[in-house]
Design a protein. Sequence first.
Length: 134
Amino acid sequence: MLRENCKEQMRVVFGTGRGQKTLGVVEKMNAKKAKVRTLEVRGMAHQRGPGQIWNVPYSLMEPANDAGQAVPDQVQQQLLAIVKGVERDQGCALQSALRDVLTDLRHIAADLGLDFDQAVTGSEEVYAEELADE
């Protein structure tokens, strides 16, 4: 989520893509992170009850729907649909479909004069930061 899409008292789900997702409410917005009060238990080994305040980067938050579930990121939904479409249309495994989509992105980057490898390296760094923030 971008900071400009966030507002105080907004219900959000926060956590990394593969990690635990927790329902919370934005209490205060700062430049890079928001203070989010949890509305449910968070943590596996060291559980913390509702009401805890977490400093959460905006990139690890998603708006929550009325059921307290994350509203899927539109770009991720579109990318998933593309990969699954390649899987279906080419009759290949999902891993092969992902490879084909990445290959197409590499061609697009080359056509636009962009450094695909630099984008991948940057992506790895952002992904590692997201996991570390969990």
